[in-house]
Ligand binder design. Structure first.
Ligand code: NCD
Length: 303
């Protein structure tokens, strides 16, 4: 278990979003209701508030959706999307960077390549922190938006058969989403090359594990696909991890299956599937904006 998760459950999520372990079903209902309300974009309750996006790893969707969410709610954001242009290149520690930014803003969105980074940031920060991805650990806000997408697309969350295909070992989105889906009695199916299988701490005895999408495609309510996290796999270029969803797979899938991907995709879902109404990955990004608006509002809207 990631060290950063150990203290997570006891931390109120309005103080710091570290892990999905912090959320109850009631919390999730509250966040989703808020997301529904804020999606209309007609209120600016965060006027005068400011966040800092501090990203030690590349990001398109997470950083820009937090930026957009904050701006749409009337606030503003300091975008440190590439820490190489900050004092980090001069050797500044994570702790000092956090201490600096807490002087200027009301909340810090942090993405870092080390699994204990959120916990380290929390230890020195007097303002709320959101974990926007900690190494191979978690990506809790992505998991919340993934769950919201499933709810919107399927109309409910209980008792679904959810198949995950891809790099289940190093991908943090599938770790967080798997834990959230446990609260809704999901049947989990994991499809991965053996070297990228879901780590045992996330696997329950009733889960089924496969190496071939053909084995799960016909009875999946949701198919969640991820890329290989090549940047986290030493010697990745020496392996052939190729896998993809094909039109033939989609022909065998249910008419109401939801096809999801946190993006970026690098060949796992070919563009020719984009027009399929079951392809939800672009809608997923829009839902993500609303969930992040809800989180920001819930965390700094009333203080
Ligand atoms: C994911 C991440 O950073 O973990 N990206 C995202 O936030 N949508 C997935 C990935 O990089 O593969």
């Amino acid at each position: 278990m990631d060290s950063c998760l150990n203290s997570a459950i006891d931390t109120p999520w309005r103080r710091a979003v570290i892990s999905v372990d912090q959320f109850s079903r009631g919390d999730i209902d509250e966040i989703f209701e808020l997301a529904d309300r804020l999606a209309t974009g007609r209120t600016t309750p965060l006027g005068g508030k400011m966040i800092a996006n501090v990203f030690y790893e590349p990001s398109t969707r997470t950083s820009s959706s937090f930026y957009s969410a904050m701006t749409r709610l009337g606030g503003s954001a300091i975008p440190i999307n590439e820490v190489n242009y900050s004092s980090v290149t001069k050797g500044e520690s994570l702790e000092d960077t956090i201490r600096t930014l807490e002087c200027y803003c009301d909340l810090i969105v942090l993405r870092h390549f080390e699994n204990d980074a959120t916990e380290r940031a929390m230890a020195v920060s007097s303002i709320p922190i959101i974990n926007a991805g900690n190494g191979t650990g978690e990506h809790p806000t992505q998991a919340l938006l993934d769950l919201y997408t499933i709810k919107k697309e399927r109309g409910g969350l209980d008792g679904l058969t959810v198949s995950m295909m891809g790099d289940l070992k190093f991908g943090r989105t599938v770790h967080s989403l798997t834990k959230l889906l446990r609260m809704y009695d999901s049947r989990m199916r994991f499809v991965a090359p053996a070297a990228l299988a879901m780590p045992s701490e996330y696997v329950w005895p009733a889960d089924a594990q496969f190496t071939d999408l053909d084995d799960v495609i016909a009875d999946s309510d949701v198919l969640y696909v991820t890329r290989v996290q090549t940047e986290r796999i030493p010697g990745a270029e020496d392996f052939d991890f190729s896998y993809a969803v094909t039109p033939e797979h989609m022909a065998r899938a249910r008419d109401d299956m939801v096809l999801m991907h946190p993006l970026p995709r690098v060949g796992e879902i070919p563009p020719e599937l984009d027009a399929d109404p079951r392809a939800a990955y672009f809608r997923q990004m829009k839902y993500g904006l609303h969930v992040r608006m809800a989180l920001l509002y819930a965390m700094i809207g009333n203080v």
